[in-house]
Ligand binder design. Sequence first.
Ligand SMILES: [Zn+2]
Length: 87
Amino acid sequence: MKCPKCKKNLQTKRTTAGTDKVSRERYCAKCKTPLKTIELFKMDFDKMIHDAESETMTAKGQAEYAQNKYSTLKEAIKTIIKSAGEK
Ligand SMILES: [Zn+2]
């Protein structure tokens, strides 16, 4: 970064990192102009939505699998009960 007044390179005095931004206190070594900059982190919303969607799909698939297993088991139990009653 360059000084807006004399175009000399700025020195970084202090860097404060947060969860969503980084603020830097800079100053010009020549004319002592202070400058504060804030850098915001870019959030990748598309990727976040995609990840959430694939997690939902996985959960749905697992639920269907469990449901299928359960109905197979239910049928098996019914068959056992039926055959036990026939004896
Ligand atoms: Zn300057």
